[in-house]
Design a protein around this ligand. Sequence first.
Ligand code: SF4
Length: 354
Amino acid sequence: MIQRYPTKQIYVGNVAVGGDAPISVQSMTYSRTADVAATVEQINRLHFAGADIVRVAVPDYEDAEALKAIRAQTSLPLVADVHFNYRLALIAAESVDCIRLNPGNIGEKSRVKEVVKACTERNIPIRIGVNCGSLEKEFEDRYGQTAKGMVESALYNIKFLEDLGFTDMKVSLKASDVERTVEAYRMLRPMVPYPFHLGVTEAGTVFHATIKSAIGLGTLLLEGIGDTMRVSITGELEKEIEVGRAILKDSGAAKEGLNIISCPTCGRIEADLVKAVAEVEEKTKHIKTPLNVSVMGCVVNAIGEAKSADVAIAYGKGSGLIMVKGEVVAKLPEEQLVDRFLSEVEKMAGEMED
Ligand code: SF4
């Protein structure tokens, strides 16, 4: 059982982040934010894919002004990503549920003060987002692009807000490699009470980003670190959510959906297990109830796995067994096994949801 690090709870719209709130998964649109139709279309896709929060880039006035129309067309909590120009943050604050900005790159304290005032009035948090590739010059000069540099930058930006009496914040410390990312989050965790937004940034295409994020975020989650997360993928939006949810589930940080145990197959196999598992995976995607299921190629390990599975298939030669909670409920020809298995899974999920 993972013990979550105790953190202050904040709200991004109606999504609680930190404390005992479930770890949320977020992503970011890549349309030009000023293109309202395209941005809303991407937000809707992310919503459908299961995102809890969506971030949009606000590099220009047109983008900031578009947020009102975007806000009116989605219920998903929105985060505005702002750099350098505090006026953009002031406009964004009127429509979104969180502002991502680093006080250090906004400059004069009076400007940050205005942003803090706007966020306080609207009761919205700020995410301090430290990125190893864009540390403030003084920290990069002093520490280089290191975990220590990221932590010092975060502490500086956190103090900036705290000195203005603002503590409604979350923090991210992203590097493009696992080692520095994990080291930075670990280092900062005992030093501040704020929730952490996890991510390995610029992690690459689906294959590599999945591996880097699974190692990096998985390591931190197992240590109880992390309150919300983004998997950064050079690829399609939905993948970020799919991979993020899988990391939460497979690390044990969230209990949702099916945990599918399937064997790698070997020379003893007497069925098309690859096809069967693919079908099971595809047809159970919609199930949110946490269930352990196993789909195994022969009796050698199938019976043992089935004992701790809610529903299981043990393939044999031309036929196989369906087991529910360790008990054999049917012996069927091979071609009927997946259908029966799926109906047992649906039945159990339905009973558990009632
Ligand atoms: S369960 Fe059977 S088929 Fe699958 S890997 Fe083990 S021995 Fe091989």
